[in-house]
Design a protein around this ligand. Structure first.
Ligand code: ADP
Ligand code: ASP
Ligand code: MG
Length: 441
């Protein structure tokens, strides 16, 4: 069994959907195809739910209307026959009727999730219909029947495996399954999701649950690049990454993969291949247990970081100080990304600001607290980078003139993280690319 996940751009138009239909039928291997919403749809659904949440129903309904029109055009171009066009229209009409119904109803966090789920429900329903019109034998298995998170928001692996196996077993003659990425149910059975970009994570969880031979992430670029192509003009696809390298890059901001994607694949020893739907013959990036031995592979950046410095005379020669500080972050379920200490102070970074005020209030009991918002973590990744002293010299040299706030070196063998103000992000990424990947040494 292989898993093939197609992202928003890959299913972003009628032409692209037909191309995906060709790709998934190019050989007869059994597979589960995981689909994202068509590109732009989830962003629109976020806007619609923002309006409903603010009781701006007119504005929400106007956006629903505009999106409905987009989908009518898609249906018009997607199906060859009038019968399937009519069926396609009925499918989308029912979803848009549902989206309009919130104007008359209350709108809480649960309703937001129901609205966001419509993107993947729409793309998968239309794609399933397309396969039927093309005479391709396939079966749509609803992610809401097997994908589930627990009370902590973590995937419920046992539930997922059991229910996915049941879904697959109830169609013994089928070799091609279609399902939705991103969407799931929570511990109470309500509709939820795996956070933005979560279809990659769905594919990896599904791959691990069925012990797949390979998980393929099909996207709009020819693989994992050595820097962020949205910020740096000249970047290159990397042929091979280890699980550890890819996990660090995804966690530290490389948008191409949802941050949690690698974990289930790594635990189940399943390779992940990143491929370009627009250029299927390009080799892409292979992510596996294999290490290439290159100590500098790629650079990524994680935005929206807040740095907190707690300064206390009591830290001097004291034990137990750090554990008290960490306890505060544990109480407010706020993960810490970077940490550095000096004799009398500790600096750390968070990206979840939900409980920032409460955190600061508690931390003030332990010393004076300073906060820097609008920071970015620049992360340079490569196997064994922490023992390559020349690499750190080159990295710090490339960042000359940029006000570095924190450096984390040695915490992981594969990563050097540097905290800088967001305003310097583009300069830093470009300068690192020039020094690490384009300079002839
Ligand atoms: P999809 O809709 O297929 O999930 P995404 O937009 O989520 O696609 O991810 C692909 C995009 O990620 C690329 O188009 C690129 O702009 C961006 N990106 C950021 N960092 C990287 C990187 N290191 N390598 C490749 N793409 C990256
Ligand atoms: N459609 C969702 C999003 O835009 C999930 C995904 O594309 O992976 O975030
Ligand atoms: Mg994505």
């Amino acid at each position: 069994m292989i898993i093939q996940k197609f992202g928003g751009t890959s299913v972003g138009s009628s032409v692209r959907m037909k191309q995906v239909a060709e790709l998934i039928t190019s050989d007869k291997k059994p597979r589960i195809v995981v689909l994202s919403a068509m590109s732009g749809t989830t962003n629109k659904l976020v806007e619609i739910s923002d309006h409903y949440s603010r009781k701006e129903n007119e504005k929400a309904l106007a956006l629903v209307e505009a999106l409905h029109q987009v989908y009518k055009n898609v249906v018009g171009a997607l199906f060859a026959s009038v019968t399937y066009q009519q069926e396609g229209m009925e499918v989308i009409d029912s979803h848009f009727e549902y989206l309009r119904s919130f104007a008359m109803d209350m709108f809480t966090a649960n309703e937001v999730k129901c609205v966001l789920a419509q993107g993947e429900l729409l793309s998968s329903a239309l794609f399933d219909l397309l396969l039927r019109e093309m005479g391709i034998a396939a079966c749509l298995i609803p992610a809401l029947n097997f994908m589930r998170i627990d009370r902590e928001g973590e995937p419920d692996h046992f539930y997922i495996r059991q229910n996915l196996e049941r879904e697959l077993a109830s169609h013994p003659d089928v070799h091609l399954f279609i399902t939705q990425g991103f969407i799931c149910r929570d511990a109470f059975g309500e509709i939820d999701n795996l956070k933005r970009g979560g279809s990659d994570y769905s594919a990896s969880l599904i791959g691990a649950a069925v012990n797949a031979d390979e998980i393929q992430i099909w996207t709009d670029i020819d693989g994992f690049h050595d820097n962020d192509p949205r910020e740096v003009p000249e970047t290159h696809a990397i042929a091979q990454l280890s699980f550890e390298e890819a996990a660090e890059l995804a966690y530290f901001g490389a948008k191409i993969l949802h941050p949690a994607t690698i974990q289930p694949a790594k635990t189940a020893h399943i390779k992940v291949v990143v491929k370009n739907t627009m250029d299927p013959l390009a080799p892409g990036t292979m992510i596996s247990e294999l290490a290439t031995g290159d100590s500098v592979k790629a650079v990524a950046a994680k935005d929206g970081i807040t740095a907190i410095r707690i300064k206390s005379g009591r830290m001097l020669l004291a034990y137990g100080f750090l554990s008290k500080v960490f306890e505060v972050f544990e109480i407010y379920k706020t993960p810490i990304d970077m940490i550095t200490t000096s004799e009398i102070s500790v600096s750390l970074t968070i990206d979840d600001k939900t409980n920032l005020e409460k955190l600061l209030g508690e931390l003030e009991h332990y010393g004076s607290v300073e906060v820097d918002t609008d920071q970015v973590i620049i992360c340079v990744v490569g196997e064994g980078i922490s023992s390559d002293t020349l690499a750190i010299v080159r990295i710090m040299g490339a960042l000359e003139g940029i006000p570095v706030r924190m450096v984390s070196y040695g915490g992981s063998q594969n990563n050097i993280s540097i905290l800088i103000p967001s305003a310097f992000k583009k300069t830093a990424l470009n300068s690192l690319s020039r020094e690490l990947f384009r300079k002839q040494s």
